[in-house]
Ligand binder design. Structure first.
Ligand SMILES: Cc1ncc(COP(=O)(O)O)c(C=O)c1O
Length: 392
């Protein structure tokens, strides 16, 4: 018989003994499934056989990956199209962005190789992830960031994790060039996406999508900056399709901010500008690999204005309850445009990657909501009641 003790724990009377068990529903489910439900311990453990680690590798993990694939309900209805739109909400990784997927492996491999320090150039999210995984591993992180051009939340995170932050009066591209040069002169491992282990870790997002849906989407839409992520997703889908885990591969659709769109212009640009600071990049490091992903998959690159990016960010928050950072919303902004023109046809299934959490950029969020300030009232029941009734 199952009973609950005074500490609200469940107990089972068995052979004249009482044993502690989980909630009865879980206990019965386990009996039926016949095996223990495994605690999720991060993407390296989950996809070990597809990643370059051995039995003896010390895994540096914060439980990253396994992020929700959320089907949008309201936006497709509003646009009146018969299209299934899912968002892969990478903002729910431990440091709030997709960078954690690559960083767990990059730092794991750096430690395995005996490195005592890592370095990266960053528009904010890489610095936060590098800093967190370095702390976890017990090594030093150095991060180069463009002064005044990273979102407040990302700076706060990186400071809290205790990285050595080096601000430069230049943009991400200049920082990246400096990082590449200094890595030849100082004992540091680069953990930007030119580190192949970053791509290997990030490809697991494609595995998760296929594992969940049972197939690859028709179109995979994502924001493009340095172009590591589009490269990684394509690698993941391609690997699964080659091994016949799925029967199809998606068309990869990469969207850039209009003022920072080298793939759309067909050439590097020197002074990228956009409100979406995470993708304010003019010299993408994975240039050839991303072109390859686009061509092999039959996808395309396009650009979105800052206005469209901000509008998509607000739509996701206000109609779906999903709060991503501005750069992330470029995936939906681009997809909506291509749905509107018919380039993405009715009947399609698409996945948009939402690369980072909206909480990282509180300044943009406050600007987006400048017209909806909180009301201030007297602390009385009447005043609260009136505030409710006035706002129904
Ligand atoms: C939130 C966010 N979205 C998109 C990107 C672009 O990813 P990638 O540089 O891999 O193209 C970045 C890169 O920093 C990012 O931080």
């Amino acid at each position: 018989m199952i009973a609950q003790n005074s500490q609200k724990c469940f107990q089972l009377a068995k052979n004249h003994k009482t044993v502690k068990i989980p909630h009865p529903k879980i206990y019965i489910l386990k009996l039926f499934i016949g095996k223990k439900m495994k605690r999720y311990t991060g993407l390296i453990e989950n996809y070990r056989s597809r990643l370059p680690v051995s039995e003896t590798t010390r895994i540096i993990s914060l439980g990253e990956g396994n992020t929700p694939l959320i089907e949008l309900h309201n936006i497709p209805r509003m646009i009146g199209k018969d299209i299934k739109i899912y968002v892969k909400f990478e903002g729910l990784n431990p440091t709030g962005s997709f960078k954690d997927r690559g960083m767990t492996l990059a730092v794991t491999k750096a430690v395995e190789a005996g490195s005592q320090a890592i370095i990266c150039a960053s528009t904010g999210n890489t610095s936060a992830a590098a800093a967190a995984y370095a702390v976890r591993a017990g090594i030093q992180a150095f991060v180069l960031i463009p002064e005044g051009k990273i979102a407040l939340g990302k700076l706060a995170q990186t400071l809290m994790y205790g990285a050595k932050i080096i601000q430069i009066n230049g943009n991400f591209d200049r920082g990246m060039a400096l990082v590449k040069e200094v890595a030849d002169l100082a004992p540091v491992t680069i953990v930007n996406s030119i580190n192949p282990f970053r791509i290997e870790g990030q490809k697991t997002a494609a595995f998760e999508i296929v594992d969940e849906l049972g197939f690859a989407p028709d179109f995979h839409c994502l924001p493009v900056g340095n172009a590591g992520n589009i490269t990684a997703y394509w690698k993941g889908y391609d690997e699964y399709a080659t091994d016949r885990v799925c029967g199809n591969r998606p068309a990869m659709c990469g969207y850039q901010a209009a003022g920072a769109a080298p793939f759309v212009e067909g050439a590097m640009i020197d002074n990228p500008e956009t409100i979406a600071t995470a993708i304010r990049i003019g010299h993408p490091q994975s240039w050839d690999l991303a072109w390859n992903a686009q061509k092999q998959s039959g996808g395309w690159f396009d650009k979105c204005s800052d206005e469209k990016i901000l509008a998509a960010q607000k739509m996701l928050s206000q109609f779906e309850g999903v709060f991503c950072e501005p750069a992330s919303a470029a995936s939906l902004a681009g997809a909506l445009n291509d749905i509107h023109t018919g380039k993405i046809p009715d009947g399609s299934t698409i996945v948009c990657t939402l690369t980072g959490n909206g909480i990282k950029d509180p300044e943009i969020a406050m600007m987006q909501c400048a017209d909806s300030k909180p009301v201030t009232i007297e602390a009385s029941l009447d005043a609260v009641k009136k505030a409710i009734l006035d706002n129904f």
